[in-house]
Design a protein around this ligand. Structure first.
Ligand SMILES: Nc1ncnc2c1ncn2[C@@H]1O[C@H](COP(=O)(O)OP(=O)(O)OP(=O)(O)O)[C@@H](O)[C@H]1O
Ligand SMILES: Nc1ncnc2c1ncn2[C@@H]1O[C@H](COP(=O)(O)OP(=O)(O)OP(=O)(O)O)[C@@H](O)[C@H]1O
Ligand SMILES: [Mg+2]
Ligand SMILES: [Mg+2]
Lengths: 230, 230
């Protein structure tokens, strides 16, 4: 369960006095096992909202309660622990580490959990298999196509068995068929394992798989409705 | 007019003997004013093909004739001149320069043409207006949303009035409405100014706007057909 109350996020540019009000007062509650799509125009605040939900960024004002605890009272180390224990995050720009191999990139979240090396390797390989990249483990990110990089980011987000999966345009660089394969994985994690999934997407077909769709516009929630059954 | 004959591209990994055959023998001819969609699964060779068409990469074997001249006989400086004179390229991962402002990023192709500063600024502003970002000229790329970065990359690709526009998933990070605005710009450049446009896309609606669709699969052309009228 998580709750955002009157959340705002204001970016202040260092070089000038310009302020960008990315989120202008967002109220949102969600429960374990929900499958939520976040839609909205370019620049409407979707990634900003996801970053705050994923404890990667702090709001300017308002409150974020995660599992009943106020996230703003946690220090950076505690947030880092929360992320590695409970959260899986697929970034809009993948954020892979160029110096590590594909398999090592997928293993990174497991370093924080002190898994032995063979266990990390085993779990990473299962994930790479799931996204169709088991033959790419020893490549580097700059030797991959855009959609392959996106799939490595997805494998990394899932390897630590997260309870809350936050995915920012997870199929944006994938052809329809590969994208469906990934969404089938998400469906299964949600329906069979009750993982909570929050997915930013600009494609209506992708949003249709979710149980609830939230529309953002200029940093405010325009609508928040259950979806008809898929 | 451009022609690719039996083009191959093989990537050899430095760290191992592994070879990836990204293109396995591609024959392709296109003429001035065509509007071509390139589709195919993740990893099928689309970006590789586009990079070779855009003179950003050289084939392993086969020939690429651009305007009748064999591109493989040109040195890097000559290729750089060709690109700045004739080509506009929208990269799948945007490739913006973090240290430059948005407006400076858009101006970069005009540096190679020795335009005076006020002329560069004027042309860049027209492009930013066209992609809906005229209020962002003084921001840096890391202060933008994913879709805003993509639009800056598009503005930069068009600022030097290119004859050949190569766009790799140009609407991949854009919501439907913003994406349509960008595609309307491409349509106008093609129909009113006879610019040749080659666009990689995984979305059938986007491909439907083109006059011809090429499907790639595992580094080979699977099909190459005219589209029914839009
Ligand atoms: N520098 C490189 N070294 C080794 N292999 C590479 C390199 N760049 C690309 N590849 C491989 O070549 C193949 C084609 O890559 P390409 O980027 O052209 O695919 P794509 O069709 O654009 O895919 P996507 O839709 O995922 O962007 C892929 O298997 C990719 O892993
Ligand atoms: N670090 C930053 N500094 C200043 N402004 C920022 C920063 N990051 C984002 N913004 C601005 O905040 C607004 C919301 O950005 P956000 O990335 O959340 O949009 P988005 O909905 O994810 O867009 P897209 O669909 O294009 O990815 C945008 O106007 C963006 O320019
Ligand atoms: Mg975003
Ligand atoms: Mg690609």
């Amino acid at each position: 369960v998580a709750q955002l109350q009157t959340l705002t996020k204001v970016y202040r540019q260092q070089t000038s006095a310009i302020e960008v009000q990315a989120l202008r007062g967002v109220d949102l509650t969600f429960r374990r096992g929900e499958y939520i799509a976040i839609c909205g125009a370019s620049g409407s605040g979707k990634s900003t909202l996801l970053n705050i939900l994923g404890c990667l960024d702090r709001p300017t004002s308002g409150q974020y309660l995660l599992g009943g605890a106020d996230v703003s009272l946690k220090n950076d180390d505690e947030l880092s622990d929360i992320r590695s224990e409970f959260l899986g995050f697929v970034f809009q720009s993948f954020n892979l580490i160029p110096q590590l191999t594909v398999q090592e990139n997928v293993e990174v979240p497991l370093f924080y959990r002190n898994e032995p090396a063979e266990e990390r390797a085993r779990m990473a390989k299962i994930m790479l298999e799931m996204v169709g990249l088991s033959d790419r483990g020893h490549h580097r990110p700059n030797e991959l196509s855009g959609g392959q990089m996106q799939r490595v980011a997805i494998a990394r987000a899932l390897v630590n068995d997260p309870l809350l999966i936050l995915a920012d345009e997870p199929t944006g660089n994938l052809d329809t068929r590969t994208g469906e394969m990934i969404l089938d994985v998400f469906d299964r994690l949600n329906k069979q394992e009750q993982r909570t999934i929050i997915m930013v997407t600009h494609e209506p077909d992708v949003a249709a798989r979710c149980s609830r769709t939230i529309h953002l516009r200029d940093g405010l929630i325009l609508s928040d409705d259950p979806n008809p059954p898929y």
